[in-house]
Design a protein around this ligand. Structure first.
Ligand SMILES: Cc1ncc(COP(=O)(O)O)c(C=O)c1O
Length: 388
């Protein structure tokens, strides 16, 4: 038999971080350990019942059973525009400046195909959400890492970077509120980023997947910066906001050329999301405040408690302004993976190594507070008893 070969590209991808961690978890469970997983950013809180009930009715409607409108129904795009107007005071044209997505991961990974050519440079933060790399690697583009540091609140100082840093750059990924650090950005930061993009000639893709899980002031949109639409697009998602990670719906807003380019690509690639889910997204956005406030309150209480416990146990913790993540260093200088294995072995708690988010994540670990409060308290108690 002449054996066909696999493509070379998939071989370039690192193994999906959580697959390996889950294997380790399974081994510990098989050994009879009571493992508490604080690894994956997938809320334990079920989707609010009002959303599920609404969706169930939509699923039964034959009108929703055909191919959906790929870029999103007009009703959903209009609702998204209305929501952003109320939430951020920005005006979006539903015809040209909004594209719905099958989750923001898919959109973020496909975006480079619409913008990037072989040999271009894409800048992404270090540390960052790993999925930004996917489309960049498949586009055969170069990755340049933008260092984030605790000393600067994990906000890069773009104006301090030399012109040479941006040579060949065509796209910059930003992500605030930030995974893995929980850092938040204000309008002054976004204004600096927009100015840098205009000075050096690159697009900005700002990932706002955690926009609604905030603990203080509501998080800003990069599109609130005057003129940002010239260079920026921003990604929003139902996933974390309404505890709907399994449902798969997100959207991109901003520059009409970029929205047009990704729309065209996706029209050739997929057929959009099930209309029943698009209708459900309309329901979510129209009932946003009532649905989200209780979810935010739960995550905030968990963060306050857990951070207090870690600090008491000698950990160095970055105070998150948003998200359900806690980014921390153990009391002793230990590599991320060694720390993860020790915490699993000695406390039966599964966490994520900071090094999985980029070289500058080394030494850190990420806790995802996506387990019931009782389990988070148990985890904090067990970790506090560890000796370093
Ligand atoms: C920073 C960030 N962006 C995007 C996503 C993807 O979210 P979804 O595809 O569910 O919209 C995630 C998921 O963990 C994330 O952490």
């Amino acid at each position: 038999m002449k054996k066909p070969a696999l493509g070379k590209k998939p071989g370039e991808f690192p193994p999906y971080l959580f697959r390996d961690l889950d294997k380790k978890r399974q081994i510990a469970v098989n050994q009879g350990k009571d493992v508490i997983s604080l690894a994956v950013g997938d809320p334990d809180i079920p989707t609010p019942a009002a959303i599920a009930r609404f969706a169930a009715k939509e699923v039964l409607k034959p009108a929703n059973h055909s191919y959906p409108q790929g870029r999103g129904t007009l009703r959903l795009r209009q609702t998204i525009a209305g929501w952003h107007k109320k939430r951020h005071g920005i005006t979006l044209n539903p015809e040209t400046e909004i594209l719905t997505l099958i989750g923001s991961k898919e959109g973020l990974a496909h975006l480079p195909f619409a913008l990037i050519d072989r040999g271009d440079t894409v800048i992404m933060p270090d540390p960052c959400y790993p999925a930004y790399k996917t489309g960049v690697l498949l586009s055969e583009a170069n990755i340049k890492r933008l260092p984030l540091s605790a000393a600067k609140g994990f906000l890069p100082d773009l104006s301090a970077l030399p012109r040479s840093f941006f040579k060949g750059a065509k796209l910059l990924f930003l992500n605030y509120p930030n995974n893995p650090t929980g850092a938040v950005a204000d309008l002054k930061f976004y204004a600096g980023a927009v100015a840098a993009a205009k000075r050096h000639g690159f697009w900005i893709a700002q990932d706002a997947a955690y926009s609604e899980i905030f603990f203080g002031r509501p998080s800003a949109s990069i599109l609130q910066v005057p003129g940002a639409k010239d260079v920026a697009v921003e990604f929003y998602s139902l996933s974390k906001t309404y505890c709907m990670t399994g449902w798969r719906l997100a959207w991109m807003i901003g520059n009409p050329e970029v929205v047009g380019a990704l729309t065209k690509l996706k029209e050739n690639l997929d057929s959009g999301q099930f209309n029943a889910i698009q209708e459900t997204a309309v329901f979510c956005l129209k009932n946003h405040d009532a649905l989200v406030a209780p979810i935010c309150k739960v995550f905030r209480a968990r963060a306050d408690f857990f951070i207090g416990a870690l600090k008491k146990a000698g950990w160095t913790v970055f105070q998150p302004g948003a998200t359900f993540f806690v980014w921390a260093k153990p009391p002793a200088r230990v590599k991320s993976l060694d720390c993860v294995y020790r915490v699993l072995d000695e406390a039966s708690v599964l966490i994520t190594p900071g090094s999985g988010f980029g070289p500058l994540g080394e030494g850190y670990v990420r806790f995802s507070l996506t387990a019931p409060e009782k389990r988070i308290r148990q985890a904090a108690d067990r970790i506090s008893r560890m000796e370093w």
